[in-house]
Design a protein around this ligand. Structure first.
Ligand SMILES: Cc1cc2nc3c(=O)[nH]c(=O)nc-3n(C[C@H](O)[C@H](O)[C@H](O)COP(=O)(O)OP(=O)(O)OC[C@H]3O[C@@H](n4cnc5c(N)ncnc54)[C@H](O)[C@@H]3O)c2cc1C
Length: 337
């Protein structure tokens, strides 16, 4: 496989940052990975669509761009269908393929940027659905031994924007393909999110199909989030923090309008976007970088900004939210360098 030295990653990250990798390789077949590992490059970074990474500096190591393609489906005995996708398949193209074959389950995850192989890493989620809801199995290669392993759902420790691949297996495996289990009949239409219900109602749709739900999601997302092809960004920069009931009650005394939802294990989830907005950051701009005017959770590069500038802004935001609310924000985006 060809190795490119000193390679610009500008076209490979949705922030549009001009970071360089000291070595870069394209992986189109899983079999090509083992010979590459014999070179003992270190560190190695697996890159999909680059929609959830911030390159603060150049990357001194090997970046492997996952381009493993292919989508196939097989019928199950229970009337469901297993769809298998190569790790490098574009996620939204996979959603469209499933809709074209009338397979339901991932329509609420329409238009999420990135690759199928990265979807399990943070258990992608949107509009009431997470990858774990349809996940069947994945295959991943151990970057040390070159061996292929299968992971069932129970092996993945899926949680809110989290999995074993962000924890103990972080940077240790390359996901070569994923398998998801979808419905071919009796689709479970999920319109639990008010915005989806409102959009469908506006269009006069009373009995939505999976395609209708996908179109509603695409409409909402296009109106709310910046298109990375126009304004560099990586979607939500921070995770929504979860706090104890006690801390929440104390905060509610000081901020009666605090927005909140039930979190995991009895905790209370507070939207990071609301916290950031309350600290006055929404629409903030300094030179080429800033905080998106329509959604404070999204940090943006208007063009020509550096990873370092974005990371510095993120630190300032973390400090001001901590100072005002005593809540620690954690990045959802993978920070490199
Ligand atoms: C406009 C916008 C909107 C977004 N909306 C959402 C949303 O609604 N919900 C949501 O969950 N996310 C959202 N995201 C974040 C992002 O799209 C997802 O996290 C996506 O899964 C990242 O895929 P990627 O291929 O771009 O991963 P990358 O950014 O390339 O990589 C992310 C991490 O995964 C690792 N990785 C990637 N591929 C593999 C692989 N094959 N094997 C092992 N490790 C791998 C990388 O090393 C890195 O640590 C959004 C991003 C943008 C820009």
């Amino acid at each position: 496989m060809h190795l490119y030295p000193d390679y610009s990653l500008k076209a490979y990250n949705t922030f549009g940052l001009d970071a360089k990798a000291s070595h870069f390789a394209r992986l189109q077949k899983a079999e090509d990975l083992s010979p590459l590992l014999l070179h003992n490059y270190s560190p190695i970074f697996i890159l999909g669509g680059g929609s959830n990474v911030l390159f603060v500096n150049n990357f001194e190591g090997l970046v492997i761009h996952n381009e493993i393609g292919g989508i196939a489906a097989r019928q199950q005995l229970n009337g469901k269908v297993i769809v298998e996708a190569g790790g490098g398949v574009n996620w939204h193209q996979l959603v469209c393929w499933c809709l074209d074959h009338d397979l339901g389950g991932i329509e609420n995850l329409s238009l999420i940027p990135g690759t199928a192989g990265a979807a399990p890493i943070q258990n992608i989620g949107a509009y009431g659905v997470e990858l774990k809801d349809v996940f069947y199995e994945l295959e991943a290669m151990d970057l040390e031994t070159g061996k292929l392993h299968r992971f069932k759902k129970e092996d993945c420790d899926f949680a809110y924007r989290n999995s074993i691949f962000k924890q103990s297996l972080r940077g240790k495996v390359l996901i070569t393909r994923i398998l998801i289990e979808l419905t071919s009949i009796s689709h479970n239409i999920n319109t639990s999110y008010g915005a989806i219900r409102d959009t469908l109602a506006e269009a006069g749709i009373k009995q939505p199909t999976i395609k209708d739900v996908s179109e509603a999601v695409i409409k909402i997302r296009t109106e709310k989030l910046p298109d990375p092809l126009k304004i560099g960004n990586a979607g939500s920069f921070f995770k929504n923090p979860e706090i104890s009931q006690e801390q929440f009650e104390e905060l509610r005394r000081r901020f009666p309008n605090i927005v909140h939802y039930p979190g995991s294990g009895g905790l209370i989830k507070v939207p990071a976007g609301w916290l950031i907005e309350q600290c006055g950051w929404k629409g903030y701009r300094s030179g080429a970088i800033g905080c998106y005017e329509k959604q404070a959770l999204v940090l943006v590069n208007y063009g020509g900004g550096s990873g370092n500038e974005i990371w510095n802004l993120a630190q300032e935001i973390i400090a001001s939210v901590e100072g005002k609310f005593g809540i620690q924000l954690n990045p959802e985006v993978n920070i490199l360098g």
